[in-house]
Design a protein around this ligand. Structure first.
Ligand SMILES: [Mg+2]
Length: 221
């Protein structure tokens, strides 16, 4: 296997995604920083991710949409990092398997989550990833999330390879990995236990500890 790329939320970090409260707090902090005073319905939209609504409200309030978005993403990252440091959100207990695999083959992290958080997680949990790619803090960056293979392809280009394996816990991971020309592994976690295996998933894993069974050793000795 040339490279094994991992999804982050639901693979390394417990749970499906960032808690909505993190984005609510981040939106409020960004609005305060920009001296904006939205109505309650506007604030509700700012806490979510609908680009059109956010652009409209930014125009109504006289603030720059791109700047608001970038600040909200930055606050969401620091809020997430606080939760990881305090143990409010934990990693899964089988992530040592990723570190072990890194001794034998190239590994990478490719997530829909924010790039800043991907970098934090790689560093905080001591992974030696060869490439880390999360979403850019822009509207376009948000649109390029999986199932779009954009960030996976970007990571492969960064490594100068075209084949490998993508490990994820959702259907969109399998779709994106497949679209990028990779083998895919659908990882079972408590939140997707009853989901049907995506039909085009190459492999299915009950735990990251099963990785060696599908990843051939890269040394030819
Ligand atoms: Mg996931």
């Amino acid at each position: 296997m040339t490279v094994v790329l991992f999804d982050m939320d639901g693979v390394i970090l417990e749970g499906l995604r960032t808690d909505p409260q993190v984005y609510a707090d981040a939106a409020d902090a960004a609005l305060a920083e920009l001296d904006a005073d939205p109505t309650p319905p506007q604030r509700r939209d700012f806490r979510n991710h609908d680009e059109e609504r956010i652009r409209t409200h930014c125009t109504e309030l006289g603030i720059d949409p791109s700047q608001f978005w970038e600040r909200k993403e930055a606050y969401a990252s620091s809020g997430t990092h606080d939760r990881l440091r305090s143990g409010e959100r934990d990693p899964y207990d089988d992530i040592d398997a990723i570190r072990d695999l890194g001794d034998r083959t190239a590994i990478g992290l490719v997530t829909n989550n924010r790039h800043e958080t991907a970098e934090f997680v790689a560093d905080y949990f001591g992974f030696d990833f060869d490439v880390v790619r999360g979403r850019d803090p822009t509207f376009d960056g948000y649109d390029r999330r999986k199932p779009d293979p954009y960030y996976i392809e970007d990571a492969l280009a960064d490594l100068g390879v075209t084949d490998g394996l993508y490990v994820g816990d959702s259907v969109t991971d399998v779709t994106a990995g497949h679209a990028a020309g990779l083998e895919t592994a659908f990882l079972r976690r408590p939140h997707n236990r009853d989901r049907e295996r995506p039909p085009n998933a190459t492999h299915e894993l009950e735990s990251l500890t099963e990785l060696p069974s599908i990843v051939e050793p890269s040394d030819s000795s």
